[in-house]
Design a protein around this ligand. Structure first.
Ligand code: G6P
Length: 620
């Protein structure tokens, strides 16, 4: 949600900033801008639209200098216009900044600043920060601070941050100080890249790849003061800190589209590999169980767990629902799946031995982070199932499991979902083997899991069939997605995928629940996508299908190879390999991802950058 990049050093800042913004564009793409200290003046270029629009603007009207900041926006306050784009200018241009986050008390601050003569040019909450720094800079100088000394500017920033309520990741530069870049964080991620005679600032490590391997992740209420040859880290309460330097995850560099038309398609086709990565080194075949390096809980603690809470948002929440079925089935541990946005403000009674798992691809989702912190504050072990190494949630969790899925660029999550489900299956095996699950049952599950990458490869063979189905249905405006048991969360996820990238209304439901409402929607122009692989419940879902057919609803079936029972009922059939019921979500998710993708392509939608969405939602 908004990407920030900053540079101070010896190179042309604009080139680096633009490259960084292209890499961060997944965080928001409503508008983009840069500000560069250009011969004693800060020059700002900003524009509504994608980063390539900004690049054209900068090409036509270049800015030169070795200090700069950039921003790619996901709008919260104020429309997506040129003027509301970042960077924002404070006072008379003495300070310029980029902001990621939401300032909750911006209305009162705006009134205060207007009363002190500040003129607002934009409808954003971020502009108040720029003016407030300017206000405090003047105040500092009136109290004897030297306006030519950078310490005065730093004090002005500190005074400003104390007055902000809400969240921020900030990149700040001053006209008077051509060698100083300030970064500050509360709630929104920020990382400093350490170079030789240069420093970088960014919302995540992706813009730094290829420039430096050494990074420092800022924590809340920390401020980084960067110059070409110095890095000072200050904490709001404890003052100067010594930075903890980490090595960047070079896997983050793998953002090449290859021969694929879109990242989403590339990521769908990566799933045989990403599922394998999620399992690599995590089987203990002698004990017929799974093993994890980073749970940081001893077997006694794990044995005592009597309840699991899985908390997440969006697609990760759907993976959590699959996890609930698996954990209850294999480990017999009561499991609940909570929307993080609800859990953070609820006060559910959690037993002493409740283990909380935050499930998140990005590791930055604001609600998931807040829910995790709330549970941690109450003393529960909080763990994370996370993809992005070094992300805030990964760092703040007591322990956890990485997905190792590589960067997911497409805004609609695909490979992260199947990796999350894979990791949750391993977790269910692991906790199950500590309890009721027998040795042979553990062995069988390991054997089946090991065959999954190859089975997923076969599932992708439905690509051409899905293309034809997508052509046929792309003009329909409402879809139902129906599935039962393990495939109910898959139905939810299929509907979400279609909504996200095709802008078609779709509802996911447990197939049998359909008769309690959604069936009223069924008519000739409302297709129902039935997720109906083989299993004990198959005949029941066939009956649900009959109910739709009786009302002349078109039926698309996701069914197993060789299942002839659907032949006379379904208008279109997409075949998938037959696997055990508890592994079906991994297989049945694939055609639904492809269906959403193909329908979006036929409709000419922006598959990787759907309107109004962002990959990493760092605001509430
Ligand atoms: C956004 C993304 C979704 C994602 C959700 C949760 O809404 O567009 O694809 O599922 O956030 O993100 P997380 O990174 O926490 O899994």
């Amino acid at each position: 949600m908004c990407g920030i990049v900053g540079y101070v050093g010896y190179r042309e800042a604009t080139d680096l900033l633009l490259e960084g913004l292209f890499r961060l564009e997944y965080r928001g793409y409503d508008s983009a801008g840069v500000a560069v200290l250009n011969g004693g003046e800060i020059s700002v270029r900003k524009k509504a639209g994608r980063v390539h629009e900004l690049a054209k603007l900068v090409d036509a009207n270049p800015v030169h200098g070795c200090l700069g900041i950039g921003h790619t926006r996901w709008a919260t306050h104020g429309e997506t216009t040129d003027i509301n784009s970042h960077p924002h200018v404070g006072g008379n241009g003495e300070v310029v900044l980029v902001h990621n986050g939401v300032i909750e008390n911006y209305t009162s601050l705006r009134t205060f600043l207007q009363e002190h003569g500040f003129v607002f040019r934009t409808a954003t909450d971020s502009e108040v920060i720029a003016h407030l720094i300017s206000y405090h800079f003047t105040e500092q100088t009136e109290q004897g601070g030297d306006p030519k000394n950078s310490a005065t500017a730093i004090k002005a920033v500190e005074a400003t941050l104390k007055r902000l309520k809400g969240t921020y990741g900030l990149g700040i530069i001053f006209q008077e100080f051509p060698k100083m870049l300030i970064g500050a964080r509360a709630g929104s991620p920020l990382v400093v890249g350490i170079g030789q005679g240069e420093y970088f600032l960014a919302s995540d490590a992706s813009p730094l790849v290829g420039y430096t391997e050494e990074v420092v992740y800022l924590s809340d209420h920390e401020m980084a003061i960067l110059s070409p040859d110095s890095f000072e880290l200050l904490h709001r309460d404890s003052g100067a800190l010594s930075p903890s330097i980490q090595t960047i995850d070079q896997v983050a560099a793998d953002v090449d589209l290859g021969d694929f038309e879109h990242y989403m398609l590339k990521e769908i086709f990566e799933q045989p590999q990403t599922i394998e990565n999620a399992m690599r080194g995590r089987f203990d075949e002698d004990e017929a169980t799974a093993k994890f390096g980073g749970l940081n809980l001893d077997p006694q603690q794990l044995r005592r767990i009597d309840r699991v809470v899985l908390t997440a948002c969006g697609t990760s929440w759907h993976a959590g629902l699959v996890g609930e079925y698996l954990l209850e089935e294999f480990a017999r541990i009561p499991t609940e799946v909570e929307y993080a946005s609800e859990l953070r403000y609820r006060n559910p009674p959690l037993t002493d031995n409740t283990m909380v798992f935050a499930i998140t691809q990005s590791g930055e989702t604001a609600d998931t982070l807040a829910a995790m912190r709330e549970c941690k504050r109450k003393g529960h072990p909080t763990l994370a199932i996370c993809n992005v190494v070094g992300s805030t949630i990964a760092r703040e969790a007591d322990g956890g499991i990485y997905l190792h899925a590589g960067p997911e660029i497409g805004v609609a999550s695909t490979k992260a979902f199947t990796s999350q489900v894979t990791v949750l299956t391993l977790l269910a095996l692991y906790l199950g083997r500590m309890r009721h699950l027998s040795y042979p049952a553990g062995q069988r599950l390991i054997h089946q899991l090991k065959s999954m990458p190859e089975i997923i490869r076969k599932s992708l063979d439905c690509f051409e069939t899905v293309k034809n189905v997508a052509q046929k249905y792309s003009e329909f405006s409402n879809f139902l997605y129906l599935g039962r048991l393990h495939n109910f969360p898959v139905a939810l996820e299929g509907a979400l995928k279609l909504k996200e990238i095709s802008y078609i209304h779709a509802e996911g439901y447990p197939a049998a629940e359909m008769k309690h409402g959604p069936i009223a929607l069924v008519d000739e122009v409302t297709p129902s996508v039935f997720v109906i692989p083989r299993g004990g419940i198959h005949p029941k879902v066939i009956s649900n299908m009959e109910e739709v057919k009786a009302r002349r609803g078109p039926v698309i079936a996701i069914a197993c190879e060789g299942d002839t029972k659907v032949d006379n009922l379904a208008d279109d059939i997409i075949r998938v390999p037959d696997v055990e019921e508890y592994l079906q979500p991994l297989v049945t998710a694939i055609p639904l991802q492809l269906l959403a993708y193909q329908i979006a392509v036929v409709r000419g939608c922006n598959v990787d950058r759907p309107r109004n969405l962002a990959k990493s939602v760092t605001v509430e």
